[in-house]
Ligand binder design. Structure first.
Ligand code: GLA
Length: 392
């Protein structure tokens, strides 16, 4: 099914209606932040490498107002299974640290509130999002960055975009227990319409690359298999990469060359660790090549690199799953497809497929016919990062 992407104004309207129903007043602040899809550079951000994401037109909208107390009350319109969709917590103070807890969805909000540097005031807030939950397109970062943008309005302060991303990343580490890299929060903050963003995750410098070719579609296919990244797999991969770098006397895999992995082989380091390092080193190289290809409008080359990325994530990094592999295999056999791969942390979520405009319907038909699960499709243009919205 091709999902309709709601307009931001529609999400604001929904959130406003719900806010008024719950809190009996009208909100004075509205902000939004997008999810993201990563063209290439997967599991490279926490290795000081490069990533090449773009922001999506799928966004989290938050609306709310100061409430004159020291309490924050937040509601969500998301379908949260077995959890309350309303939460109340005190603002952090000298003798009261904010802690993560239940409902889990609220931890992203609490984490940002706890780490926000500014004179906070109690507030009421309602969340309404079009970013699919657990789809590997950064629904959590979009909640964090939207919340941060809301708090900037509430306190009349503005953080530097880089600091904003870092604080939201800290919120995720501390309140969701997910030791993520910087990519998601960075692109959600700094994405730009019609551009991908090459981010150097070591220096945190970034470079916008225009996406000019109107004939190429970015088709996102949700496998609708839900992953749980804060499970053991993500931290385990991260630790393996760090271990490989440390054994080679480096602080990260960024500066390691493929041939240097022979030293690990000689040390009889386990194959899994060597494979992880091989993925990261080759993926960093691919990401830089992909950025050049995009710059030169060479989508054929970009597609080839995207295919290689998937193979490496599947065989060396081992974060794919049968459903994602099946989606990728199906489209690789279709006319007009330049490349396809899984995106995000892995073990479920979405794939991205680069496909010529006139072939996209056929591609969706093939998937619907051959994929064993129920896919959802999104056709997405690179969109803007976080912003304050009008409530008029
Ligand atoms: C998750 C993390 C990111 C990144 C990707 C894998 O989305 O939040 O920081 O590590 O996985 O590339």
């Amino acid at each position: 099914m091709l999902a309709e992407i709601p307009k931001v104004e529609e999400l604001v309207q929904k959130a406003k209606n719900e806010y008024s129903r719950i809190f009996g007043s009208v909100p004075t602040i509205a902000a939004c932040a997008p999810g993201r899809v990563n063209l290439i550079g997967e599991h490279t951000d926490y290795n000081d490498g490069f990533v090449l994401p773009m922001a999506l037109p799928l966004v989290t909208v938050v609306v709310g107002s100061e409430n004159g107390t020291n309490v924050c009350e937040v509601t969500t319109l998301a379908q949260v299974e077995n959890e309350d969709n309303r939460v109340k917590f005190d603002l952090p103070s000298a003798d009261n640290n904010l802690k993560p807890g239940n409902p889990q969805w609220a931890n992203y909000v609490k984490g940002v509130v706890a780490n926000f540097e500014g004179e906070l005031k109690g507030f009421n807030m309602t969340i309404c999002s079009s970013v699919p939950l657990g789809g590997g397109v950064s629904s959590s970062a979009s909640v964090e960055v939207a919340t941060f943008t809301f708090l900037e309005c509430l306190t009349s302060t503005t953080a530097k975009p880089k600091d904003k991303a870092l604080i939201c990343q800290r919120a995720e580490h501390e309140f969701a227990g997910m030791p993520c890299g910087i990519m998601d929060q960075f692109i959600s903050t700094m994405g730009k319409e019609n551009h991908a963003l090459l981010i150097d995750c070591m220096s945190l410098k970034s470079h916008l690359i225009p996406i000019k070719n109107e004939d190429i579609i970015f088709l996102i296919t949700n496998s609708n298999v839900k992953h749980k990244l804060s499970g053991s797999e993500y931290p385990q991969r991260r630790a393996q990469c760090q271990n490989a770098a440390t054994l080679l006397g480096e602080s990260s895999l960024r500066s390691v060359e493929l041939h240097e992995l022979d030293a690990l082989r000689n040390l009889k380091v386990d194959k899994g660790t060597i494979n992880r390092a091989e993925h990261v080193i080759s993926e960093i190289k691919r990401t830089l090549e992909a950025a050049t290809a995009l710059q030169e409008n060479d989508f054929k080359k970009l597609g080839k690199l995207i295919n290689e990325s998937h193979n490496s994530l599947r065989d060396l990094f081992e974060v794919s799953c049968p459903e994602l592999d099946s989606l990728v295999d199906i489209v690789r056999g279709c006319d007009g497809v330049l490349g396809s791969r899984m995106v995000g942390g892995g073990f479920g979520g979405c794939t991205i497929t680069l496909v010529h405009q006139n072939s996209v319907d056929k591609v969706m038909e093939s998937i619907t016919e051959k994929y064993a699960g129920t896919p959802t499709f999104y056709i997405c243009k690179p969109s803007n990062g976080a912003r304050v919205l009008s409530l008029q």
